[in-house]
Design a protein around this ligand. Sequence first.
Ligand code: MF3
Ligand code: CO
Ligand code: CO
Length: 268
Amino acid sequence: MNEVRQTRESIRIHAPDDFAGMHVAGQLAATILDEVGPMVQPGVTTGALDDFIRARIEAAGATSATIGYRGYQHASCISVNHVVCHGIPGDKLLTNGDILNIDVTVIVDGWYGDTSRMYVAGTPSVKARRLIEVTHDSLMKGIEAVRPGATFGDIGAAIQQHAESHRMSVVRDFCGHGLGRVFHAPPNVLHYGKPRTGAVLEEGMFFTIEPMINLGRPETKVLQDEWTAVTRDKSLSAQFEHSIGVTATGAEIFTLSPAGTFFPPIAT
Ligand code: MF3
Ligand code: CO
Ligand code: CO
């Protein structure tokens, strides 16, 4: 996700034919997230999950958007428990009850597919399950607000309203982003806001919505590795992400799970 920074650049409007390219890229990313699901088990390392993702992207003849991106060296971000986003895969062993987000971005024929979802290793706590459900539902409320004539503030407000009504908090320090033939483009898609504010949505805009929701306070900090973002109060954090396009009547979700396993996470 983007660090929050406002720009004056304009939001690209894509042609009807461009939706097909985004669909193919989005479906590959979603398929890989489907396939990695059964591997998420206590005793597996996050590095082993990333190795699978890297090999799977290669086998598909596609390219990882994250390897080499600003010096990042992995095919996924894997963010466990109080890690908010940009967790670096490595020799960390998953243990029973861990919750984790896996975020994959692929490039297929120049188009970017960016999606993430939550997984559980073994049996999560009740409060962790509630966090995951509220985060998923927040994303879907944001997507439901998408249609030509609505505003980016409408999306943020829908997400914030749902999360805060469950006494959870919306991370402010990272946001969704425009994408298409580039990874991160205008606008910044904030996951909080006020209805009827911000840029107006138009058919042909492509962007991600990827709310990060915390059980505790919203503040984050980035660790010394310069990537891993964690909650300052060490509370659990969750995130779901879809890449979408604005259609004449609403949204096309490019990254829908072919297996139907986006949510809920399957206990492993
Ligand atoms: N996929 C992330 C996003 O949703 C970006 C990850 S960039 C990386 O925008 F370098 F950390 F991989
Ligand atoms: Co993204
Ligand atoms: Co992502």
